[in-house]
Design a protein. Structure first.
Ligand SMILES: Nc1ncnc2c1ncn2[C@@H]1O[C@H](COP(=O)(O)OP(=O)(O)OP(=O)(O)O)[C@@H](O)[C@H]1O
Length: 242
């Protein structure tokens, strides 16, 4: 029998309003992800995607509503939430440019985390680059390293802000299916902020479009793939009933 626990959400935002200096940037948001689920979080610039991720990792306090991760409310300290398995890959990639690939990976390792060998299975190219300075890597290679670093502590929930920022479409096409494989094999829940709508919907299980800090459209990725024009309309806050 399948354990019901395995299908419980590992991250739940309920009625979440969050922002800056008491001014909401995201209002009344409901979102949940389960183990192995990838949710694509979409929307135009300024829609509130990063704000949502920051709240989900504990970096921004809720003005209203709640954030529950792994069965308990989030801690106020990001580091504690990371230790519990809620990790953010920021849009600046979070890699140390002056250090080598090996040193970057060493810093990210924790006792009892994922084996380096397993991480190299997902990103074999990195194995041969361990002596190289991170600043000399291409954007795609740096992004692989950022993901590899995030995987080492064995997160249960990975929040990824624009994995494809600055990457060529070919590099994104290479990276996103790897993320799908990792989520499946590690039973890791992923919230993926992404500007490549079709590539994100192709690997996601569920999706949500934010517009002006509110949910304009949400549903299974399959549904949103079948309503592609409506996804685009949601970017402008014009969702049709279908
Ligand atoms: N530090 C901040 N102080 C005040 N307002 C902020 C701050 N960061 C973001 N905002 C505002 O909050 C709103 C949501 O911003 P957010 O960065 O979450 O959007 P986004 O969807 O991630 O956009 P993008 O795709 O451009 O990264 C915007 O109106 C933005 O100006």
């Amino acid at each position: 029998m399948t354990s019901t626990l395995a299908t419980e959400p590992v991250l739940t935002l309920a009625g979440l309003t969050v922002g800056y200096g008491g001014v909401p940037a995201v209002r009344d948001l409901d979102l949940s992800v389960r183990p192995g689920e990838i949710m694509a979080l979409l929307g135009p610039n300024g829609a509130g995607k990063t704000t949502t991720l920051l709240a989900a990792v504990g970096a921004l306090p809720a003005i209203a509503g709640t954030v529950q991760a792994l069965g308990a409310p989030l801690d106020k300290r990001v580091e504690r939430n990371a230790r519990r398995g809620v990790t953010l890959v920021p849009d600046n990639r979070g890699v140390f440019h002056k250090l080598t690939v090996a040193d970057n990976l060493r810093i990210a390792r924790r006792k009892g985390g994922t084996d380096l060998a397993d991480v190299f299975e997902y990103f074999p190219k990195l194995k041969g680059m361990q002596g190289q300075r991170c600043g000399n890597l291409s954007g795609g290679e740096q992004q692989m390293l950022a993901l590899a670093k995030a995987l080492l502590p064995s997160p249960k929930v990975l929040l990824i802000d624009e994995l494809s920022m600055g990457l060529s479409p070919i590099a994104v096409k290479d990276l996103l299916p790897r993320l799908r494989l990792i989520a499946d094999e590690q039973r890791m829940a992923v919230v993926l902020v992404e500007q490549h709508i079709d590539l994100a919907l192709a690997i996601a299980d569920s999706a949500m479009v934010l517009h002006h800090g509110r949910v304009a459209l949400s549903g299974s990725a399959e549904l949103l793939r079948s309503q592609r024009a409506n996804v685009e309309a949601a970017y402008f806050g014009r969702v049709a009933d279908v």
